[in-house]
Design a protein around this ligand. Structure first.
Ligand code: SAM
Length: 289
């Protein structure tokens, strides 16, 4: 077992960066960049531009996801030997749909000192900006690219009493919203675009309304910018529709069993276990009420 008590002077600093607004650099981020012996970056050109904009000159080393398995341990060994190394992904918090988690894990496994600075995260910013009121959220990174996978992803979290958050690209947005509207016709959602930037936009409405806005825009002028989808948790209308569907399916099954001569008691038991409905409801349906 490893813990931070085994510190050397070295430190791995996970440093978030702005998601579109240079004003979101905090004093601690600036210090982490200025004081690092080396800044490791998902893309040295991207982080190099940030350092230049901040007037900071530090050596940069590339460390992207593909390099993690071969390089993370070496970086951690340098931290254990006393180096202060700051890690940045292209934008936002490293490790959130970006490289960083495997580096932290390697540091934890080795007992190296790790400091994670809080900072911009598109998912958290969108969740609050969206206008949803659900106290819980589920973030699953990028929305799948194929319709069947999109559907399966949404169905797998349908029962969660939580807002659903996905990253999406502008050229797939209209197709993605088509699937969201068809799987969740009773929900509201928001498309949060270009957060923290000059042309920030939040479009909120029913899933069909939001789909229609962006389908029309995709056809007219195209969709640009970075996007987060925030889908509200289940609505009362959705829960009522689901309960009605279950009751209709259970009634059909009960009728089939009655026709096959199954006893009322056995029908009731079968309906309770197959459809997860209450004893009373199952009894009524078993009688054909
Ligand atoms: N590490 C980042 C974070 O903490 O949010 C996420 C990196 S991920 C590779 C990039 C995706 O995040 C974009 O495709 C978009 O879905 C979302 N994103 C990043 N910046 C955004 C912004 N300013 N507005 C809306 N979405 C953004």
């Amino acid at each position: 077992m490893k813990n931070n008590a085994e510190h050397t002077a070295g430190k791995l600093i996970i440093c978030p960066t702005p998601i579109g607004n240079l004003g979101d650099v905090t004093d601690r981020m600036r210090a982490a960049l200025e004081n690092a012996q080396v800044v490791c970056a998902e893309d040295t050109r991207v982080t190099g531009k940030l350092l230049a904009a901040l007037g900071i000159k530090r050596p940069l080393e590339r460390l992207d996801e593909a390099m993690m398995s071969s390089r993370a341990e070496g970086v951690v060994a340098r931290v254990l030997a006393g180096e202060v190394i700051t890690y940045c992904s292209d934008a936002g918090m490293p490790g959130i749909s970006d490289p960083g988690l495997r580096l932290v894990r390697a540091a934890r496994d080795a007992g190296a000192n790790v400091e994670v600075l809080p900072g911009p995260v598109a998912a958290a910013t969108a969740y609050v900006a969206s206008g949803c009121t659900n106290q819980r959220f589920f973030f699953a990174g990028f929305f799948p690219r194929k319709d069947a996978e999109r559907r399966a992803a949404l169905e797998s979290v349908r029962a969660l009493d939580a807002a659903l958050i996905y990253y999406e690209s502008p050229n797939r947005l209209a197709d993605a919203l088509q699937v969201v509207a068809s799987v969740f016709p009773y929900r509201e959602m928001a498309v949060c675009r270009e957060l923290t930037k000059l042309h920030e936009e939040v479009v909120r409405g029913t899933t069909q309304e939001v789909r229609d806005v962006f389908t029309a825009r995709a056809a007219a002028e195209g969709i640009k910018g970075e996007i987060v989808l925030v889908i509200d948790g289940p609505s009362e209308a959705e829960n009522a529709a689901a309960a009605e569907e279950t009751a209709a399916d259970a009634a059909t099954r009960a009728a089939e069993m009655r026709a096959a001569g199954v006893s009322i008691k056995d029908i009731r038991k079968a309906l309770m276990s197959e459809f997860g409905i209450s004893r009373n409801e199952a009894y009524g349906l078993a009688l054909g009420e």
